[in-house]
Design a protein around this ligand. Structure first.
Ligand SMILES: O=C(O)C(=O)Cc1ccccc1
Length: 275
């Protein structure tokens, strides 16, 4: 079995992946799109990607990369606590440039604005890629935002600890694949991507009503650009699942009859790693 993740080793996605699988089966990829493409082309059996952060919201490259993918399903959600560290090779260096994944940069916005307002901030593919780069360029005045595990892996020093904007920072990751995993944890959530028929007044209200009048709770609704033209969107909906699967299926039938297109990403269990 091969499980792809956003690497290199010790990225936050690696931590999510190793929470579910033995590290022997884990294969690093250099970007989220590369990892998703490998799954689409069956080069790997499963992929683990970050989906949403409590401070920064959806990881757009992951959700948009899954839009319109017919065979890929979510098999598990993994929620990890996320703590960001400012890492340097040499503690006497004053960083002139800070590298990290866009999510980690956004999660540390207040810290960066307060202590490094004039510093150049550069986005790279992952937090561990940033840490690896800093380790490999010891003469440059640079720092990385990454985990303490990345600091250990690449022999870096922690210049500032826990720099994320909120102590309770968490990220949702999805285990994705085309065939179910054997172990069957209880189902806790369903994710849908819904595209509405064009120019139908009140159509979002009618779609939401299909859930509301059946007393089906929603835990997330977000619009994302369809990338066709300005003002065209698809909607991401999360539905907590209790013992209401039949009711949810009736609601989905009603929504299809309204002319909306539903992409069903699957019913899945959630595992939460405590801090
Ligand atoms: O860059 C990483 O280490 C990732 O796995 C992506 C990410 C970045 C910040 C929070 C969660 C996931």
């Amino acid at each position: 079995m091969h499980v792809g993740y956003l690497g290199p080793k010790n990225s936050f996605t690696y931590q999510a992946a190793s929470y579910c699988f033995d590290s022997a089966v884990l294969t690093p990829f250099t970007s989220i799109p590369n990892c998703l493409n490998a799954l689409k082309k069956d080069h790997i059996d499963y992929a683990i990607v970050p989906i949403e952060n409590s401070l920064e919201g959806s990881v757009h490259t992951s959700v948009d990369g899954l839009f319109n993918q017919k065979d890929i399903q979510v098999y598990q959600e993994i929620i990890l606590p996320i703590e960001q560290q400012l890492l340097v090779k040499n503690v006497t260096v004053i960083p002139e440039k800070i590298l990290s994944h866009p999510q980690a940069i956004a999660q540390s916005q207040t810290f960066l604005e307060t202590y490094y307002p004039d510093c150049l901030i550069e986005q790279v593919a992952s937090t561990t890629f940033a840490a690896q780069y800093v380790a490999n360029h010891p003469t440059e005045s640079i720092a990385a935002i990454a985990s303490k595990e990345a600091a250990e892996e690449y022999g870096l020093h922690i210049l500032s600890r826990n720099i994320q904007d909120n102590r309770f920072n968490q990220t949702r990751f999805w285990l994705l694949g085309k065939k179910p995993l054997k172990d069957s944890l209880p189902i806790e959530k369903l994710t849908l991507f819904i595209t509405l028929p064009n120019n139908a007044p009140g159509i979002l209200h009618k779609v939401l009503s299909a859930f509301a009048w059946r007393s089906i709770d929603l835990s997330k609704i977000e619009s994302r650009p369809l990338k066709t033209e300005l003002g065209e969107y698809y909607f991401i909906l999360d539905v907590p699942v209790t013992n209401n699967k039949d009711l949810i299926n009736y609601a989905l039938e009603e929504i299809s009859l309204l002319g909306a297109t539903i992409q069903h990403l699957g019913y899945y269990p959630i595992v939460i790693k405590e801090r």
